[in-house]
Design a protein around this ligand. Structure first.
Ligand SMILES: NC(=O)c1ccc[n+]([C@@H]2O[C@H](COP(=O)([O-])OP(=O)(O)OC[C@H]3O[C@@H](n4cnc5c(N)ncnc54)[C@H](OP(=O)(O)O)[C@@H]3O)[C@@H](O)[C@H]2O)c1
Length: 294
């Protein structure tokens, strides 16, 4: 990469931030397209977030990515947000247009793009089981509902969190059928209602951190899924989680979190550069980086 007097800067705000693959992915993309930009990590502590956001304007950065723990708290420091952000309440991308900062969340859009690219999945009238009720689930659930799924079953360790999410989004999208199970109820899957939910599902997605760095494995009755169902995990370290390994062992289609990582970055790249992202270059860069750290 050649840094010159005209090079523009993009970055990522997080705490911690050293684990992020975003610098690798974006710098590979800038290089591939000959774009005069560089992407660097910024370790931003919570107490400094407001000043760091001021720095985006003061230093005329193109924008930033935002990761844990700033995705929610950064919103109050921005000038504008995308409509979706107002509902899901978290930002992972900021675009600086002449000092005006607008926040977006590209996670769910990136997830859906990857699912479409790898498995041709169109959410319209599909039946989806969403495991988890945290920040990523909130974003992905919104996108599924906006794209017209027939039903969503939320499965979460803590029932109250899933119920609150179902009730909030159920009011916004009354056409979709919504059910809630705890993880334990779903794991034992007693009764005809639960068996019907899993037997009719087109897709089951893990949005929890279970399986991250090989810690834990979701013990869900994947053997009751139909042969056409897709099993998806947004965790990408390791690339094949125990959940996906079990799905593959049962002959089911498996979808890893790498695609979401790449495509959420690709959408951000397109917001910053207004150029189509070189997705294959970004995926290759991520895969190579993962090989060295796994
Ligand atoms: N592929 C990508 O690009 C991408 C993007 C974003 C995030 N991710 C990954 O997605 C995962 C979730 O991130 P997030 O930001 O949504 O996290 P979050 O907001 O903290 O939510 C965590 C979720 O995991 C559940 N959970 C945590 N530990 C559990 C356990 N031991 N047993 C059962 N459930 C457990 C929580 O259940 P409770 O409600 O019961 O606490 C909650 O539903 C992380 O691993 C992250 O790395 C991947």
């Amino acid at each position: 990469m050649r840094i010159s007097g005209t090079t523009r800067l993009v970055g990522i705000f997080g705490d911690p931030v050293t684990h992020s693959l975003s610098p690798v992915i974006h710098n590979a993309a800038f290089k591939a397209l000959g774009i005069d930009m560089a992407y660097v990590p910024f370790h931003v502590f919570d107490k400094d977030l407001k000043k760091a956001v001021g720095g985006i304007r003061a230093l005329n950065l193109v924008g930033v990515s935002v990761t844990v723990p700033h995705k929610e708290r950064i919103i109050k420091h921005l000038d504008r947000t995308d409509d979706m952000v107002r509902i899901i309440g978290s930002v992972n991308t900021v675009v600086n247009t002449d000092g005006e900062l607008k926040g977006y969340n590209t996670d769910a859009f990136g997830y859906l793009r990857s699912l479409k690219e790898e498995h041709g999945f169109d959410p319209l009238r599909k039946r989806v089981i969403l495991v988890g009720a945290g920040g990523s689930s909130r974003a992905i659930l919104y996108e599924f509902l906006a794209l017209g799924v027939a039903s969503i079953t939320l499965v979460n360790r803590t029932r109250s969190r899933a119920e609150a999410l179902a009730s909030e989004y159920g009011g916004l999208f009354p056409a979709a059928e919504m059910k809630v199970y705890t993880m334990d109820e779903f794991a034992s899957c007693e009764g005809a209602a639960c068996a019907k939910v899993i037997g009719e599902a087109d897709l089951i997605v893990n949005t929890t951190s279970v399986g991250l760095m090989n810690v834990g494995c979701l013990d869900l009755p994947l053997e009751r899924l139909s042969r056409d169902a897709i099993v998806s995990d947004i965790v990408y370290r390791p690339l094949e989680t125990a959940f996906l390994r079990k799905a593959r062992g049962l002959g089911l289609r498996a979808h890893s979190g790498l695609g979401m990582l790449v495509h959420q970055g690709a959408v951000a790249f397109e917001l910053w550069t207004r150029k189509e992202a070189p997705v294959d270059v970004m995926r290759q860069a991520a895969l190579e980086a993962l090989k060295t750290i796994e």
